[in-house]
Every structure is written in structure tokens, then in C-alpha cells.
Design a protein around this ligand. Structure first.
Ligand SMILES: NC(=O)c1ccc[n+]([C@@H]2O[C@H](COP(=O)([O-])OP(=O)(O)OC[C@H]3O[C@@H](n4cnc5c(N)ncnc54)[C@H](OP(=O)(O)O)[C@@H]3O)[C@@H](O)[C@H]2O)c1
Length: 242
């Protein structure tokens, strides 16, 4: 059996990614932090489409909780390894830096950037030993371009982009690829408060993107076919920024 872990599998984009990886034959570990119901809905959808998986709770920003949870899973699956990791969990707490609270900075860095490290570090060895691994980091236009009101989020996502490029060079010989996808505006919980009618005027394809479109890109990067793509940041933003 092939295993894939998707952090934030209880969210909009995470759900679509779980579905696509499952269609590729992966047993999907659907991670969630607070929203078990949504994680179970993701799992239901995976199963309804003929796939299988399980939910796994941990807060990516809590290093001890992540390692406890993954170690526990490994003990229950001694012959298995997680071949595909999608670091998708993320939060934003937008504010101008003039007014930004320490907590807004810390929590966004801890969840997005430290979360990437906390989850990825413990899975690298198995990927290297098995000579196959795919790590896909869901970053953001914000981390590529920088967006006002998001210094915390832009910094966290840009940090992951730097780590993606460095880790790709460390892991290439082991046939482990490391890439990032950088969505622009995608319809989801995170963007539901935004004025799509106004914002879409700025987007060449004249609409927000869909979670499934991000998931298709992630699925390709996770596939065997994408073995010669590594260290890349692939924009998926309707032409908003290139
Ligand atoms: N939507 C967009 O337009 C857009 C654009 C660019 C980038 N992105 C990125 O895409 C990714 C997915 O976002 P989304 O749009 O699908 O948003 P979403 O629907 O709000 O989902 C966010 C997911 O992250 C999980 N999460 C948050 N904090 C966590 C933590 N500490 N530990 C574990 N999981 C945690 C949430 O889990 P619980 O609900 O269980 O707590 C949820 O599953 C994020 O990294 C986001 O930054 C989104």
C-alpha cells in the first residue's frame, strides 16, 4: 500500500488534494487540527470514490504533538512509509504591520513555517531509505510577491519557498522531490470574506480558482511522471502575477 499525508485535509484545498491522491491509489492520511467533522467528510468522500484512508489529528505548530502522532502511526504500520507529503495546513491573520500583534506574527509563523519543518523533518529519512518521496508545499502568491496586510503570512510562505529550494538540493539524489505550489485567490474558507466581484477584475482569467485546480497540480507533482521537477515554485493564480 502507498501512503500519503495531507496536512489540513479538513480544509477546502486539502480535501481536494486528498481526493486526487486517493484516485492515484494512495491510502490518504487526512490530517486535521480542530475540525474533525470536516476531516471525516473528506474521508467519506475519498471512500465514496473507491479510495481509502484515515484521519489523523495533530497541530502542525506543536512539534511534540506532531512527532507523537506520527510515531504512533508508524508503530501501528511498521512496514509502511509515507511516500507523499503535502504540507497544506495554513492560517492567515491579516493586519498592517503597524498594528500587528505579537500573537498574529507568532501564530502565523508557527503554523505555516514551523509547521512545515515539524511535519517534514520526521518523514525524510523513510523517503530517502525507500528512494522515493514527494514533498509538495502549498505556499501562496503572498509568499512570492508579498502582499500588504500580510507581512506575517508573506514571510512564512516565503520562508517555506526558501526551504523548498534548499531541501530539493539535499534530497535529489535520494529520488525525493520537493516543490511548492503558489495559489492566488482560490475559493475557500480563507477567501470567503473577499470581494470576488471586485478582485476578479485584476485577474486575467477573470475569476477565482477552484480547489480542484490546485489539487490537480499537486497530484501531478506527486506522480512518478514529475520526477525531474524539483525545487520549483509553481504559480497557480489565473495570470495575476508571473
Ligand atoms: N484559499 C486561498 O485562496 C489560498 C491562496 C493561497 C494559498 N492558500 C493556502 O492553501 C492552504 C489551504 O488553505 P484553504 O484555502 O484550503 O483554507 P482552509 O479551508 O481554511 O483550510 C485550512 C486548513 O489548515 C488546517 N490547519 C490550520 N491550522 C492548523 C494547525 N495548526 N495544524 C494542523 N492543521 C491546521 C485547518 O485544519 P482545521 O480546520 O482542522 O483546524 C484546515 O484544514 C493553506 O496553506 C493556505 O495558506 C490558500
Amino acid at each position: 500500500m502507498k501512503y500519503a499525508l495531507v496536512t489540513g485535509g479538513s480544509g477546502e484545498i486539502g480535501k481536494s488534494i486528498c481526493e486526487k491522491l486517493s484516485e492515484m491509489g494512495y491510502h490518504v492520511l487526512v490530517n486535521y487540527n480542530s475540525n474533525k467533522n470536516n476531516a471525516l467528510k473528506t474521508l467519506e468522500s475519498v471512500v465514496a470514490h473507491g479510495g481509502n484512508g484515515e484521519v489523523i489529528q495533530f497541530d502542525v505548530s506543536n512539534r511534540q504533538a506532531v512527532s507523537n502522532s506520527i510515531d504512533n502511526w508508524k508503530k501501528q504500520h511498521p512496514d509502511a512509509y509515507i511516500a507523499v507529503l503535502v504540507n497544506n495546513a495554513g492560517i492567515n491573520k491579516d493586519n498592517l504591520m503597524l498594528w500587528m500583534e505579537n500573537e498574529e506574527w507568532d501564530s502565523v509563523i508557527n503554523t505555516n513555517l514551523n509547521g512545515f519543518f515539524n511535519v517534514t523533518a520526521g518523514l525524510l529519512k523513510d523517503m530517502a531509505l525507500n528512494k522515493f518521496g514527494r514533498i509538495i508545499n502549498v505556499v501562496s502568491l503572498s509568499g512570492v510577491k508579498g502582499l500588504p496586510g500580510q507581512t506575517n503570512y508573506s514571510a512564512a510562505k516565503a520562508g517555506i519557498i526558501g526551504a523548498t529550494k534548499a531541501l530539493a538540493q539535499e534530497m535529489g539524489r535520494k529520488k525525493v522531490t520537493v516543490n511548492a505550489v503558489a495559489p492566488g485567490y482560490i475559493r475557500s474558507e480563507m477567501t470567503k470574506e473577499l470581494d470576488e466581484k471586485q478582485l476578479k477584475k485584476l485577474i486575467p482569467v477573470n475569476r477565482f480558482g477552484y480547489a480542484e485546480e490546485v489539487a490537480d497540480l499537486v497530484a501531478f507533482l506527486a506522480s512518478e511522471k514529475a520526477g525531474y521537477i524539483t525545487g520549483e515554485v509553481i504559480n497557480i493564480n489565473g495570470g495575476l502575477y508571473t
